[in-house]
Design a protein around this ligand. Structure first.
Ligand SMILES: [Zn+2]
Length: 404
């Protein structure tokens, strides 16, 4: 290739990457002035102005006066995302509920639908049918554009096509979830599917309590326990995308409880919802978050069986956390899903294990925190997955969406 053509090509790919970077800054941080953008991106203000003009022309951002400057003189314009115009569809398939949302550029949940469902017996067709019905209610606003679709699922997901390889809590094996949902939606866009705990980790890293931490561990409790590990700002996903199954770390192999994966003494078998309810002698009563909260509340009111159950579960949770801190030296460990409740009732045991079993140097700075995004961490993660293509190459992604 001729040298001038090579330079032209690399110049265009640099511009595409700059457009994506600028859009990512306003998507994650909200309204920013041109000078703040120039500082964050290491570019001069005229380049920022040109990039902003391109994104404004495409309808992705707008420039406006800031709401309140608190300073005298003419305020400088801020660049803000077109939240109401540009959106993604995000879905979250949880063990006991289905959630769908329209999430605007900038990360705001604009509208949502939710259905509680029976835990057992939902087949692919049922789940996809409910989600597609929700999508029809959420889409269709005039002068708005759907730029991506993302879904979180509580199981092991093949990254390329969203195939659920193994979803033990719903009994799914090799179900073509991503493809089926995409066809049923009929929007001409592919559905990016991710493991719920991986997406929860990304969401807490980008928008939650983990902002600014480049190395963190997110533990997500539902009926099972999943996890996501961020190393150097990136999710550790493994060779096939199936990594970070922290719930199946074996902590009690000799006399541990049987696990849904077929093994014994996995972390999820020892700290999951079933283990806590069994230990507290409440097997036939409330389940899910309500069941967990009932045990924690009872312990706070002095119920000795509930206290003992939380001590036991907290000890196993602490062993798991101690192993993870020793292995990965994270800056933060985040408890999400139903684990914040368990941690609330067992923090003393968790801290005691960390003090006893983590190498001194590795525990000097590590923070233990609960998820800032609460139950929405996985849904917000699905939305971020859906925005990924737009943020990588804004104008190309927008052109694809408009053609469909
Ligand atoms: Zn297991």
């Amino acid at each position: 290739m001729r040298q001038d053509l090579v330079m032209l090509k690399s110049g265009r790919s640099q511009e595409r990457s700059n457009l994506g970077d600028l859009l990512r800054h306003v998507h994650l941080e909200g309204s920013l002035s041109r000078s703040a953008l120039a500082e964050r991106m290491g570019l001069n203000r005229s380049t920022i102005m040109a990039l902003t003009a391109e994104l404004t022309g495409a309808g992705l951002v707008r420039e406006e006066l800031p709401r309140e400057t608190g300073r005298a003189g003419r305020p400088s314009l801020v660049v803000r995302p077109e939240t109401d115009r540009v959106y993604v569809l995000a879905f979250d398939v949880r063990v006991d509920r289905l959630v769908a949302a329209r999430v605007g550029l900038g990360g705001k949940v604009l509208d949502r639908r939710e259905a509680v469902r029976q835990r057992a017996g939902a087949d692919l067709d049922d789940v996809v049918g409910v989600l597609a019905g929700f999508a029809r209610e959420l889409c269709g606003q005039a002068d708005s554009v759907c730029v991506g679709i993302g879904a979180a699922y509580c199981g092991m997901i093949r990254p390329g096509d969203g195939m659920v390889r193994f979803g033990p809590d719903m009994g799914w094996v090799d179900q073509a979830f991503g493809t089926e949902l995409g066809q049923r939606l009929g929007l001409g866009l592919p559905v990016a599917v991710g493991n719920e705990a991986h997406l929860g980790a990304l969401a807490e890293h980008e928008r939650g309590v983990g902002v600014g931490y480049q190395n963190l561990i997110y533990l997500h409790g539902d009926v099972g326990v999943g996890g996501g590990i961020i190393v150097g700002g990136k999710l550790l996903d493994g060779d096939g995308g199936y990594g970070c199954e922290l719930g199946h770390m074996i902590v009690n192999p000799y006399d541990g409880r049987p696990c849904g994966c077929g093994s014994r003494g996995c972390l999820e078998a020892e700290v999951g919802e079933r283990a806590l309810l069994d230990a507290a002698g409440r097997s036939a009563e409330l389940m899910g978050h309500d069941g967990i909260r009932a045990v924690v509340d009872a312990a706070e009111e002095g119920d000795e069986a509930a206290r003992e159950a939380l001590r036991r579960i907290g000890d196993w949770l602490g062993i798991g956390v101690a192993n993870l801190i020793n292995l990965f030296n994270p800056g933060m460990v985040i408890f999400g899903g139903m684990l914040p409740d368990i941690y609330r009732g067992s923090a003393a045991q968790v801290h005691s294990r960390v003090a006893a079993n983590v190498l001194v140097i590795s525990r000097e700075a590590v923070q233990l925190r609960t998820a800032a995004l609460g139950d929405d961490a996985t849904l917000i993660g699905a939305a971020e997955l859906a925005f990924a293509e737009l943020l990588a190459s804004p104008l190309d992604a927008l052109a694809h969406s408009a053609l469909r």
